[in-house]
Design a protein around this ligand. Structure first.
Ligand code: ZN
Length: 170
């Protein structure tokens, strides 16, 4: 298969049988352990202009490797004001995995990545400037699940956002 066919096949496979593809979960900062993030930081408030923190921050040295937490397809790389240098990977269960504040992006749009593959490095880009270097990591559902909504601030958005801390502990 040519690369473009492989990518198309992967995207179709993820869409068609997304729930049947197992997630092979990896902690995304090389050398980090479960002690390198605050397990209560998901939905922490107040959180600047976002209101609540829709992910977790995994601290590491500037330039440490950032690895994909899942198999999937890179669907976005670029620079955005808040996130800085960011990568979005589309993986099993129709989930988007968002990696932000990167120092460097070492992958490209429509690349196939495996869980544990290096895709970038830890940085302080975007609104992490002036803070200790860390990876902001969020997981977003393509298909909302209304039963995850609760009474917290912006609780309706929990239909979309998954707690990465529980994902990484699974
Ligand atoms: Zn964050």
């Amino acid at each position: 298969m040519t690369t473009s066919k492989k990518i198309l096949f992967t995207i179709i496979a993820v869409l068609a049988v997304g729930f049947l593809i197992p997630e092979r979960i990896k902690i995304p900062v090389v050398g980090a352990s479960k002690n390198d993030w605050n397990h209560k930081s998901f939905w922490f408030e107040p959180w600047g202009t976002s209101g609540v923190h829709k992910g977790i921050d995994i601290f590491g040295k500037l330039g440490s490797g950032v690895a994909s937490t899942t198999d999937g397809v890179v669907i976005f790389t670029g620079h955005i004001p808040k996130g800085g240098n960011v990568i979005v990977v589309f993986g099993p269960k129709w989930r988007f995995h968002y990696f932000a504040h990167l120092n460097t992006v070492n992958t490209s749009m429509f690349s196939l990545v495996g869980s544990g593959d290096l895709i970038g490095t830890v940085g302080d880009s975007g609104n992490a400037k002036g803070k200790p270097p860390h990876l902001h990591y969020s997981i977003v559902r393509l298909i909302p699940v209304p039963w995850a909504i609760d009474g917290s601030t912006q609780g309706y958005k929990k239909a979309m956002f998954i707690d990465p801390s529980s994902y990484l502990r699974a």
